[in-house]
Design a protein around this ligand. Structure first.
Ligand code: AMP
Ligand code: ZN
Length: 462
C-alpha cells in the first residue's frame, strides 16, 4: 500500500519511498534543554512518534536520530540575544551543564510517560563540536562564509534556492522586519555558524576553533549530526512548523552548500498547540504547561494527552482546553474498558485483514489519526469474533501506543473471581460442561453475573 506524506518542500502529498528500503532514516529536531518541555513541544514529538510507528507498521526498519540542543540556541530569531542555556543557568544559579543534564532527563521522562518510542540514537550538540567545526570549515573552503566581530556567518545570497522550503518573499519580509541590529551582516537572512565568546569574558560552554574561542550556532548541529549518524539515509526530517522559515531553511542551505547534494527528501512539520485566543504555547512566553502540570491539574492519565493529540490531524492547530482533555480521558477510559471486556471473554487470536487494511489506509494517507480512530471504533462495534477483535485492536495499538494490552490485563475482577473465570474458560474449551456449570455457580455465589454469549463469556457485577 502506498504511503503518502505531505512534504513541506513541495507543498503537496507525495508517495514516500525510502532511499535504501527497507531502511528509513528519520531525524527529529530535539528539545532545547534550558527548561521543561511544554505540551506543545510534546505534541510535536507525539506527531513524530506516530510517523515512526506508521513506518514500522508498514514494515520499514526505522533509524531514528534525535538531538538534544544543549548549547547555542540564541534567544533572538536571527542570531541575536543570549544563549538560552547560559541564560537559564544564570537564572537558576546552576551551571549550564547541570541545567542541560537536568532538563534532558526531564524530557526523557516526559516522552516515556507518553509512550513516545526512544530514538535509535540520541545525540547532544556538545558531543559533536568537532563535526560541526569540520562542516563550517568545508563551507569556508567553498566560499560561503565570512567573519564579523562576533562570529562566522553563512552568506545566504550565495546559496541559490534559499527559500525553497519556506517559499518566503524575502524582500517583503525584510521591509517588515525590525531594525537589523548587526550592521556587519551582509544579508538580513545570514546566520551564525560559529559565535565568539564575548571579549574578555569566559562562557561556561566554549571551545577552541580555527576562528577563535566560542560556540556553534544552533542550526549547524542538526546538519552535522544528521549527516554523521544517518549517512546517506536522509529520508525524513521533521519538527514543528516554527522551524520552517529559519532553522530548517538554514539547515538546508548550509548542508547542500557543503555537500552539493540534496539534504533530506521529505520535510514534515507538525502544527502548533495553541491556547484559547489562538496564541502559540511557547517556552519564552511564560504561558506554558508542562506535562506534569497538565495531568495533575486535570486529573488525567499522561496517555490521555497522547490520546487527545490523536483527535486533531497533525497539520492542524490543536487547541488546548480542559474540556478537550477531560473528553480524551473519558474516551481513553472507554476504549480501555472495551478492550478489557473483550479480554475477559477470549484470547487474542487472528487479525482481521479488512480492518487492518482500513486502519492502514487512514494512516498511510498523511497520518490521518482521527480517521484511524474511527476505524478502531468500527472494529469494536463490528460483529467479528471477540478473539479477532482483540487481536486486531492490539495490532492497531502498535501505532496508537496506548498500552491497551496492559489495560486488558489490569484486573477489573478480584483475583479469586478471575481465577475461576479462567478455569471456566478452559473447562468450556475442553467441553467439560459439568465442571463449567459448577464454576459458574461458584462465581455467581460470589455476587457476579455470568453470561455465555456467542463471542464468549461475560462476567460482571449486577
Ligand atoms: P524547542 O525545545 O523550543 O527547540 O522545541 C522543540 C520542538 O517543539 C520543536 O520541534 C518546535 O517546533 C516544537 N514546538 C514549539 N512550540 C510548539 C507549540 N506550541 N506546539 C507544537 N510544537 C511546538
Ligand atoms: Zn534541528
Amino acid at each position: 500500500m502506498e504511503l503518502l506524506f505531505y512534504n513541506t518542500l513541495t507543498r503537496r502529498k507525495e508517495v514516500f519511498q525510502p532511499i535504501h528500503p527497507p531502511r528509513v532514516g528519520v531525524y527529529t529536531c530535539g528539545p532545547t534543554v534550558y527548561n521543561y518541555a511544554h505540551i506543545g513541544n510534546l505534541r510535536t514529538y507525539i506527531f513524530s512518534d506516530i510517523l515512526k510507528r506508521v513506518m514500522m507498521y508498514n514494515g520499514f526498519k526505522v533509524k531514528h536520530v534525535m538531538n538534544i540542543t544543549d548549547v547555542g540556541h540564541l534567544t533572538g530569531d536571527r542570531d541575536m540575544g543570549e544563549d538560552k542555556l547560559e541564560k537559564g543557568a544564570r537564572k537558576e544559579g546552576k551551571s549550564a551543564w547541570e541545567i542541560a543534564e537536568y532538563y534532558t532527563q526531564a524530557f526523557k521522562n516526559d516522552i516515556k510517560r507518553l509512550n513516545i518510542l526512544d530514538p535509535t540514537l540520541w545525540c547532544k550538540a556538545t558531543d559533536t563540536i568537532d563535526d560541526q567545526i569540520a562542516l563550517i570549515r568545508t563551507l569556508e573552503q567553498k566560499g560561503y562564509t565570512y567573519k564579523t566581530k562576533d562570529g562566522v556567518y553563512f552568506d545566504t545570497s550565495k546559496f541559490e534556492g534559499y527559500t525553497k522550503l519556506s517559499h518566503q518573499d524575502l524582500e517583503a519580509l525584510q521591509e517588515g522586519a525590525r531594525v537589523e541590529r548587526n550592521p556587519e551582516k551582509r544579508n538580513f537572512t545570514d546566520f551564525a555558524l560559529w559565535k565568539f565568546s564575548p571579549q574578555g569574558a569566559r562562557r561556561q560552554m566554549e571551545w577552541p576553533s580555527p576562528w577563535g574561542v566560542g560556540f556553534p550556532g544552533w542550526h549547524i548541529e542538526c546538519s552535522a549530526m544528521s549527516m554523521k549518524f544517518l549517512g546517506e539515509m536522509l529520508d525524513i526530517h521533521c519538527g514543528g512548523t516554527d522551524h520552517v522559515d529559519v532553522h530548517h531553511t538554514n539547515e538546508i542551505a548550509q548542508s547542500e552548500a557543503a555537500t552539493g547534494k540534496p539534504f533530506f527528501n521529505f520535510w514534515m512539520h507538525g502544527a502548533f498547540l495553541i491556547i484559547a485566543g489562538g496564541k502559540k504555547m511557547a517556552k519564552s512566553e511564560g504561558n506554558f504547561l508542562t506535562l506534569e502540570r497538565t495531568i495533575s491539574m486535570n486529573g488525567i492519565d499522561p496517555l490521555a494527552f497522547r490520546f487527545a493529540a490523536f483527535q486533531t490531524h497533525y497539520r492542524k492547530p490543536m487547541e488546548y482546553s480542559e474540556t478537550a482533555l477531560a473528553a480524551a480521558q473519558n474516551g481513553l477510559q472507554h476504549l480501555r474498558n472495551q478492550v478489557r471486556t473483550l479480554a475477559d471473554q477470549a484470547q487474542a487470536d487472528r487479525i482481521d485483514p479488512g480492518f487492518q487494511e482500513k486502519f492502514k489506509q487512514a494512516l498511510n494517507n498523511d497520518l490521518n489519526m482521527p480517521q484511524a480512530l474511527a476505524v478502531v471504533q468500527d472494529l469494536l462495534k463490528s460483529d467479528l469474533a471477540v478473539s479477532v477483535k482483540l487481536a486486531t485492536v492490539y495490532d492497531m495499538d502498535r501505532v496508537m501506543g496506548l498500552d491497551l494490552d496492559k489495560a486488558a490485563a489490569s484486573e477489573t475482577l478480584p483475583d479469586d473471581v478471575h481465577a475461576l473465570v479462567d478455569a471456566r474458560r478452559i473447562a468450556r474449551e475442553e467441553k467439560q460442561w459439568a465442571l463449567s456449570d459448577e464454576l459458574r455457580d461458584k462465581i455467581q455465589a460470589m455476587g457476579y453475573v455470568v453470561q455465555d454469549k456467542p463471542q464468549g463469556m461475560k462476567v460482571f457485577k449486577p
